[in-house]
Design a protein around this ligand. Structure first.
Ligand code: AMP
Ligand code: MG
Length: 420
């Protein structure tokens, strides 16, 4: 797909095939967003523990061989294989961290512990269990192949090898891996700054009583929770009422000070939905609507240098659009190499009514029955039924070409574990 600026796309949609800002497919929308996701440029060197969750801005190259020296993989006896002798004399012991200093000659061996340096003059380890200890001597019952039970220097990693690549997200294993190389710091992209606010006259924050016609704002809590998993700096700008001046001020302030701005509500065509006109005034908008359920009204664009996502107000739609679009975009801006969300195929235990032409993300429960994993859609799939997200453990993804599904059909699922 050719690179284009948002402006070109918004004003000259013909530069993209099938561009319709009011009817984008999920795949198209993902691909369109991806074009504008350049990782934050600034980097910083961090002690490895503090780098957890961050994206590497440079490859990490091994300064050493791992392991650093030939060592024993077993507790046993080190001897020279070419001796071909079964009865040999024990002349000392090698411990991990306390090597045997002398040289081992023909018909001699050294008692050796796992991790100890292979003594000079030896090349093979016989396991303790395969030798009979007779005072100063051992009798090798079964002579192992030459080089057996030796971990060779550089067997895991060689000095100069790329251990972790630019764009990799630092995980627990990586901290240990880098520590095993003696690497104390890594260069990562700086933390991404993300701000969000809810829009709506009906919204009240928790801790205040509700009056007639008001509801508690839940989206700021789910958005906070979802962002917290991503190791970004989070600014909660509260609830902004449906008043154009207040929305304008909040949007401009958020965009001026952050890399990403998320709002919820106010992006459909209701009378109090002001975000659309505000964005035409201050930003560039790529699309407004996606052929999906839930989450049809979804805006993506830029306000100044900030990436803007206008999420739909319905609580389930907010979460679905976050996971399907925002999460990967945020990871890419953090410097991560973009990877598709893993999808698995399982049998669906109930029928699902669905029209072709849009992608649906139903909430389901993945369960095991006689060793086979199956999925059951939750009964209430309304976009305001937030309990469905708490009860479910996966999305059932029915793409735009799929129609009504009978019970027993194989469907695609995205597992929440790891995704959320
Ligand atoms: P909107 O997208 O603003 O038209 O809102 C769609 C629906 O979602 C309405 O029923 C709103 O009351 C509800 N809604 C919007 N924002 C929130 C929020 N922050 N928390 C809970 N519900 C919301
Ligand atoms: Mg609203």
């Amino acid at each position: 797909m050719p690179k284009a600026t948002l402006n070109q796309l918004a004003t000259n949609p013909s530069c993209m095939d099938d561009y319709d800002p009011n009817a984008m497919s999920v795949q198209q929308a993902r691909a369109f967003i991806q074009q504008f996701l350049t990782p934050v440029i600034e980097t910083e060197a961090l002690p490895i523990r503090e780098s957890l969750g961050r994206m590497l801005a440079k490859d990490v190259v091994s300064p050493n061989n791992v392991p650093n020296y030939n060592n024993s993989a077993m507790d046993g006896f080190a001897f020279k294989h070419s001796d071909g002798i079964k009865m040999i004399k024990i002349i000392g012991t090698a411990f991990a961290g306390r090597p045997f200093d002398g040289e081992v000659k023909a018909s001699e061996c050294v008692k050796i512990m796992t991790g100890a340096v292979i003594p000079k003059g030896t090349d093979t380890i016989v396991m303790q269990e395969k030798a009979v200890n007779k005072g100063e001597y051992i009798n090798i019952l079964e002579v192992p192949a030459a080089g057996s039970n030796v971990r060779f220097a550089g067997e895991d990693l060689k000095s100069g090898d790329t251990v972790l690549s630019k764009g990799h997200q630092m995980q627990a294993a990586d901290l240990g891996l880098l520590a095993s190389l003696g690497v104390a710091d890594v260069t990562v992209h700086r933390q991404l700054k993300v701000a969000f606010f809810s829009t709506g006259d009906e919204l009240v924050s928790v801790g205040k009583p509700l009056e007639q016609g008001q509801i508690y704002d839940s989206n700021r809590y789910t958005i906070y929770g979802m962002l917290s998993q991503l190791n970004v700096s989070i600014t909660d700008l509260g609830v902004v009422p449906d008043q154009p001046e207040l929305l304008e001020a909040a949007l401009l302030k958020a965009a001026g000070e952050h890399d990403v701005v998320l709002t919820s509500g106010g992006v459909s065509v209701g009378e109090a939905d002001y975000m659309k006109s505000l964005l035409s005034k201050h930003g560039e908008v790529l699309f407004w609507k996606i052929n999906m359920k839930p989450g049809r009204p979804l805006a993506y664009g830029k306000v100044g240098n900030a990436h803007y996502f206008g999420l739909p107000g319905n609580p389930v739609s907010t979460m679905v659009t976050f996971y399907q679009f925002v999460q990967q975009a945020v990871l890419a801006l953090m410097g991560n190499t973009v990877k598709p969300i893993p999808v698995f195929k399982v049998e669906c235990t109930a029928s699902i009514k669905k029209a072709k032409g849009r992608t649906e993300f139903q909430r389901g429960i993945l369960f095991e029955e006689s060793g086979v994993w199956k999925v059951k859609p939750l009964a209430n799939q309304g976009s305001g039924i937030l309990s469905s997200m708490s009860l479910a453990n996966c999305f059932i993804v029915l793409d735009e070409f799929v129609g009504h599904c009978e019970a027993g059909t194989t469907v695609n699922i995205q597992i929440f574990e790891g995704l959320i």
